[in-house]
Design a binder for this molecule. Structure first.
Ligand code: ZN
Length: 621
């Protein structure tokens, strides 16, 4: 029976929580971010989202409806627009979001079809169902964040069109050219949220019966494989739909594929040091790092999955936060130009990183979605507890159920590991202030009102601070950020990369070649090896120095590491008399080299990557 009841679960303007959730997201308009995270969200809003030619790039094909196939990504853009607008609150950003939603509503066909293909191609041609799925997601985000019931009704009609015409799909379409999960990527997560909002059993039945959401448990396929089965973003897209369903009707079968992927990322070399992974969109574990590496869609879908796992309480909380932090600061931010306008499809470790020449399609729109959700990833809340997941200067107004708490956070993170929270509950109240203690930090210190927390806690765990909190109470954290040389894995074996806190550092080999004081021999080496200077360049981690105020092009007030280098005598390596180069944060758009040779990889103090350490511990719910 059809029902139009709108349930409180995932209802508009509430924290987007479902019955089975352990933690809730904080609505983006309750937090103001500063620092690198705030800068990046503002940059993406102002210099990217607000600069798009919406009519020509995104709306026109939907108004014409003459195409035989293809993908625009209007639904993904709508999803990003909703979250950017909810965070920003500025009239021009909100108006632009409304223009995007209005275009979807205006161009929806009378029969409910959401898309831009000509009638005979609808659903049957690539990527129509893919686009429809994301349009459903965009409309659901508009409903969830703004309580827009017109958007919800449009989503229902759009989904009903798919359900009504599902039986008309050509025979064996799932085996036509590409895996059905990639073909319909977006549909499951959209319809699961529609089911959450409406409790209409037809949507549940479609997901569980027609889409076999509980039975889907594809293994990790390395490489492209038949039918593109190795496509990592498609895998995570289905996993995300499963997680959404798991939040509504918990079932271990719905968690299995996500935890398998997590194990591959953490313990199977499935993720690079920068937090992303894959080559040519497909799972890989070779750690190659050159070329079509780290699709931005995959990077962002990792973040969506991590966020959902945190809210479900379905994986190690601190480790999931560590993964999110690593991925955001490195892989995600490396996909954007310094002025914010240009975006990347791939973010290789070594070699030139090229920009994608379009504003539409998958990666640019998923990039916007990933950045737009950062304000929701900083704190999570539940009744009588708050969890500080990402660190950045900010103010937040948090609803802990029994009490409302304002939090002010002061820090120069990630340039520095000192963080000061000031807690302002509306009245003295008992709740737990929980903090992620990053796994990279060897000697964390926490103080409440200046008094050191003496009971033991370890890196890679969540520090829980339950007490009766008073207005003005403070939590001071000190997470010392030592430089660490991290041993390469797979094809990077025998090399190292430099890290400090969550940040990976890398070298722009072209500007390094222009550094003053470089002798003619070294100039010649750099000039003669524009793409493979790593084959002749050796560095020694023991001869590196941190520069807190580098003139990095990664971000305002970026940090740098000064390194001595040698190109002359590979066996001896550099000495303190050798010339220097400056490594900047990996996200610096100009960087071209992340892993370095050193004459003695075993003797130079290299450590394993604390996050992807290769141990075999399984992630269990
Ligand atoms: Zn993509």
């Amino acid at each position: 029976m059809k029902t139009y009841t709108i349930l409180v679960c995932c209802a508009a303007l509430a924290t987007t929580a479902c019955a089975g959730d352990a933690w809730n997201a904080v609505p983006a308009d309750r937090i103001r971010l500063g620092g690198v995270l705030g800068w990046r969200v503002d940059l993406t809003t102002t210099n990217n989202f607000m600069q798009l030619d919406l009519e020509e790039t995104f709306f026109k094909p939907f108004r014409e409806k003459t195409a035989a196939g293809g993908f625009v990504g209007l639904g993904k853009l709508a999803d990003a627009a909703v979250h950017l607008a909810r965070y920003s609150g500025k009239a021009d950003v909100v108006a632009r979001k409304e223009a995007v939603i209005r275009a979807i509503l205006e161009t929806q066909s009378p029969d409910g079809y959401l898309g831009y293909l000509r009638p005979e191609s609808r659903m049957k041609a690539l990527w129509d169902l893919h686009d429809t799925g994301f349009l459903l997601q965009g409309l659901m985000s508009e409903y969830e964040e703004y309580g827009d019931k017109i958007a919800l009704e449009a989503a229902k009609r759009g989904a009903d069109y798919v359900l009504a015409h599902w039986k008309d799909m050509p025979a064996n379409w799932e085996f036509d050219s590409i895996t059905d999960r990639e073909w319909t990527l977006g549909l499951g997560f959209g319809i699961a949220r529609l089911y959450a909002a409406t409790k209409d059993a037809r949507y549940r039945d479609f997901l569980l019966n027609e889409r076999s959401l509980k039975e889907w448990e594809l293994p990790i396929v390395i490489g492209r494989g038949k039918m593109f089965y190795g496509q990592a973003y498609g895998y995570l897209g289905t996993a995300l739909a499963q997680l959404e369903m798991h939040g509504l009707e918990p079932d271990p079968k719905l968690l299995g594929p996500t935890l398998r992927a997590l194990d591959f990322m953490l313990h199977g070399d499935g993720t690079l040091v920068t937090g992303t992974g894959g080559i040519a969109e497909c799972w890989t574990n070779d750690q190659d790092g050159e070329g079509c590496v780290g699709e931005t869609c995959f990077t962002v879908y990792e973040l969506l999955v991590f966020d959902r796992l945190i809210r479900l309480g379905a994986a190690d909380l601190a480790r999931t936060g560590d993964l999110m932090e690593r991925t955001i600061y490195n892989a995600l931010f490396a996909a954007q130009s310094r002025d914010g306008r240009r975006l990347r499809y791939y973010t290789p470790l070594n070699g030139e990183r090229t920009y994608f020449g379009r504003d539409d399609y998958c990666c640019p729109n998923n990039y916007r979605r990933g950045v737009a959700r950062i304000p929701r990833n900083v704190f999570y809340v539940k009744r009588n507890a708050v969890y500080a997941n990402l660190f950045t200067p900010c103010t937040a107004n948090l609803d802990l159920g029994d009490v409302k708490v304002a939090v002010r956070e002061e820090t120069a993170y990630p340039s520095d590991g000192k963080i000061l929270f000031t807690v302002e509950p509306e009245r003295p109240a008992a709740f737990s202030f929980d903090v992620r203690v990053p796994r990279w930090c060897q000697a964390p210190v926490a103080k409440i009102n200046g008094v050191r927390v003496t009971y033991p806690f370890t890196p890679g765990s969540v520090l829980k601070l339950p007490r009766v909190w008073q207005k003005g109470d403070t939590v001071a954290l000190d997470f010392p950020m030592a430089l660490r040389a991290v041993r390469g894995r797979g094809r990077q074996s025998g090399r190292f990369c430099m890290m400090r806190g969550p940040l990976v550092y890398a070298l722009d080999t072209r500007s390094a070649a222009r550094r003053p004081g470089m002798n003619d021999h070294d100039k010649g080496v750099f000039a003669g090896h524009p793409h493979d200077v790593q084959t002749v360049l050796t560095l020694d981690p023991r001869l590196m120095r941190f520069h807190p105020d580098g003139e990095s092009s990664a971000r305002p007030n970026g940090t740098m590491i000064e390194a001595r280098f040698s190109t002359e005598d590979w066996s001896d390596g550099p000495s303190a008399d050798d010339p220097t180069v400056l490594l900047s944060e990996y996200a610096d758009p100009d960087n071209t080299l992340t892993y370095f040779r050193t004459p003695d990889i075993e003797g130079c103090g290299c450590v394993d990557d604390e996050l992807y350490s290769g141990d075999t511990k399984k992630q269990t719910p």
